[in-house]
Design a protein around this ligand. Structure first.
Ligand SMILES: C[S@@+](CC[C@H](N)C(=O)[O-])C[C@H]1O[C@@H](n2cnc3c(N)ncnc32)[C@H](O)[C@@H]1O
Length: 184
């Protein structure tokens, strides 16, 4: 049991280092916009290095998520939004989105992408924060998304309980839900 916990914690640390490398490798003009794909050869540790790789990975993942969200002008929290490519697509669908990520560089990339892209009429905001320590407003969101993030959190069960508190109650909004996307 202790061994399993140690190995999970080592994997999380490895992934954290990987995100830091990806963020460091991103050139100053890099934008993570699925509708303006191009090759970024210097980003060797990232799928963004080749547009064709993004088309096979991030793009279908974003389509799956955005396609499963029904309703109009929803308030969406995107936990661990990374470069913000999913948040951006959701705002293009006219939802109001808050993207959270603990990695400051990811939020810088997401913010730059937002500034240089057509972000649609939904409100799109980003914040650097660790979800475990972040105190959002209870009952404020229609949808909370965890896309490829849950495995990074030391206590995923607690994170889901927290997400549940952040969601509008069923009584007030039947669209309340948690989106969980997990790629191990
Ligand atoms: C694999 S990336 C996924 C990015 C995006 N959700 C996507 O699907 O393209 C995981 C992201 O979660 C962020 N992250 C991990 N733990 C976090 C936490 N406790 N609070 C906020 N962000 C976190 C990492 O910094 C990283 O940017």
């Amino acid at each position: 049991m202790v061994d399993r916990r140690r190995s999970a914690s080592r994997s999380r640390a490895r992934r954290r280092r990987k995100y830091q490398t990806v963020a460091r490798e991103a050139p100053p003009n890099f934008v993570a916009d699925l509708q303006r794909l191009r090759d970024w050869p210097s980003m060797r540790g990232s799928l963004w290095r080749r547009a064709s790789l993004v088309k096979l990975t991030h793009a279908p993942n974003a389509r799956l998520l955005t396609g499963s969200i029904k309703g109009r002008n929803l308030k969406i929290l995107d936990v661990g939004c990374g470069t913000g490519c999913i948040s951006l697509e959701l705002s293009r669908m006219r939802h109001d989105v808050l993207g959270l990520d603990r990695n400051e560089r990811m939020i810088e990339i997401a913010t730059r992408t937002k500034k240089t892209s057509n972000s649609g009429s939904g409100k799109l905001q980003y914040e650097t924060a660790d979800f475990d320590k972040w105190s959002g407003t209870t009952g404020a969101y229609d949808v909370v998304i965890f896309s490829r993030v849950l495995h990074d959190l030391p206590d995923p069960e607690n994170a889901l309980l927290k997400a549940h508190r952040l969601l509008k109650s069923r009584g007030r909004n039947s669209l309340s839900r948690i989106r969980v996307q997990h790629d191990g």
